[in-house]
Design a protein around this ligand. Structure first.
Ligand code: SF4
Length: 321
C-alpha cells in the first residue's frame, strides 16, 4: 500500500519491478474461515472482529450480510474490546476473530492469556494466525513465481526480529531487506536489493534498525511460544503451506472457538474469476485481472484483495488507477 501510495513504481527504472506479496492478512484468510464466522453469527454467537473483515466474501456470504440478517457482529478496535464485551454480557458467547500475521498474533494471544488468568468462561478466539517466513519458502518454491529479492515487512519484523529471515537467505541465496513503511525506507531497501543483486552477494540487511532488533520483541515471542503451536495453514488463493500458521496449544482448547463451537475454518469455495491468488504471488498486477475496476471495486469487492485498505487491488485502485 505504501509503495502504491507514494508512487514509488514510477520512480524506478524499467528493469526494477515491484510485485505484491501475500502481506495483507485479510486477503489471505480462507473463505472457509469466513464461512465459519458467518455460521457462528447466524447461531447467535457474538462475533467480535476488526472492521476490515466485515465485507470479506466467504463462499456465499459475508459477516456484513450475516449482520444484516440479524446476526450479532461487533467491530473491535483492539482485542481488549472483545474482553470488555464478554465481561459485560456474561450470558453471551463471544468469539474474537484472531486474524493476522505475527504483529497481530501477539496481542490476541495476550487476550487469551488474560482470559485464562481471569477465569473468563464466555470468550474464545477463532484463530487464523499466519507466519511470514514460511510464505517466503513457498513463493520461491513456486516455479511460476519470479522474485529476485524480498522487502520484508516492518511490523512483522519488529516482532520476529530481522534474524528470523537468516535461514531463508542462507538456503536460497535470495536477498532480503527489512524495511519501514516510509518512502525513504522503501527506496533504501530497493537500493540495497539492487546493489546486492548487481554485486552477486545476496544477504540479509536490516534497513529499519531504528525499530527492528535482530532478536525482535522477546516479550511478544515468549508470549506466543507459551500459548501457541505451529499448524499448517490455508492461504486464500495460494493453498495450504505447511507449518505456516499458529493455533492455540491443546491445553487451551477451551478458548479455541473452532473446538468450542464445532466449526471448520477451511475448505471454502474457490473464488471464481477472482485472481487474488495470482496477485498475491506477484504473477499479475491487480489491473491485469479482468474484473479490476469494473465488476470489482472497493465498494463492490469480488475478492478479498479489494476489501481491506491494505489489499493490493484496493491500493492499486485508490492510488495507481
Ligand atoms: S480485482 Fe477483484 S476480482 Fe480481480 S484479483 Fe483483485 S480482488 Fe480479485
Amino acid at each position: 500500500m505504501a509503495i502504491a501510495r507514494f508512487g514509488i513504481r514510477d520512480l524506478l527504472p524499467e528493469n526494477v519491478r515491484l510485485v505484491s506479496g501475500p502481506g495483507c492478512p485479510v486477503c489471505v484468510t480462507d473463505a472457509g474461515y469466513v464461512d465459519a464466522a458467518v455460521e457462528l453469527a447466524r447461531r447467535g454467537v457474538v462475533v467480535a472482529t476488526f472492521g476490515d473483515m466485515l465485507r470479506v466474501p466467504g463462499s456465499d456470504s459475508s459477516l456484513a450480510e450475516a449482520r444484516g440478517e440479524g446476526g450479532r457482529v461487533e467491530v473491535c478496535h483492539s482485542p481488549g474490546d472483545a474482553a470488555r464485551l464478554a465481561a459485560g454480557e456474561p450470558e453471551a458467547e463471544v468469539v474474537f476473530l484472531g486474524i493476522g500475521f505475527e504483529t497481530t498474533t501477539a496481542p490476541v494471544t495476550a487476550l487469551v492469556r488474560d482470559a485464562v488468568a481471569r477465569g473468563t468462561r464466555n470468550l474464545s478466539v477463532l484463530t487464523a494466525f499466519k507466519l511470514v517466513p514460511p510464505a517466503l519458502y513457498a513463493l520461491v518454491a513456486d516455479p511460476e513465481v519470479e522474485v529476485n529479492g524480498f522487502i520484508c515487512p516492518a511490523h512483522v519484523s519488529a516482532v520476529i526480529g530481522s534474524e528470523a529471515y537468516r535461514p531463508f537467505v542462507q538456503r536460497h541465496a535470495v536477498p532480503c531487506v527489512v524495511a519501514g513503511f516510509e518512502p525513504l525506507d522503501i527506496l533504501l531497501a530497493i537500493a540495497s536489493l539492487v546493489e546486492q543483486l548487481a554485486e552477486g552477494r545476496p544477504d540479509l540487511v536490516n534497513q529499519y534498525g531504528r525499530v527492528v532488533r535482530p532478536e525482535g520483541n522477546r516479550v511478544a515471542r515468549d508470549l506466543m511460544a507459551r500459548h501457541l503451536r505451529e499448524v499448517d495453514a490455508a492461504w486464500r488463493g495460494i493453498g495450504v503451506i505447511p507449518a505456516s500458521g499458529m493455533g492455540l496449544r491443546r491445553e487451551l482448547e477451551g478458548f479455541d472457538a473452532a473446538v468450542r463451537h464445532g466449526v471448520v475454518t477451511e475448505g471454502g469455495a474457490p473464488d471464481g474469476h477472482c485472481r487474488c491468488g495470482d496477485v498475491l504471488k506477484g504473477k499479475i498486477r491487480p489491473d491485469e485481472c479482468p474484473l479490476f475496476g469494473t465488476a470489482c471495486t472497493p465498494t463492490a469487492p469480488v475478492g478479498p484483495c479489494m476489501v481491506s485498505s491494505e489489499g493490493s487491488c484496493a491500493a492499486h485502485f485508490k492510488y495507481v488507477r
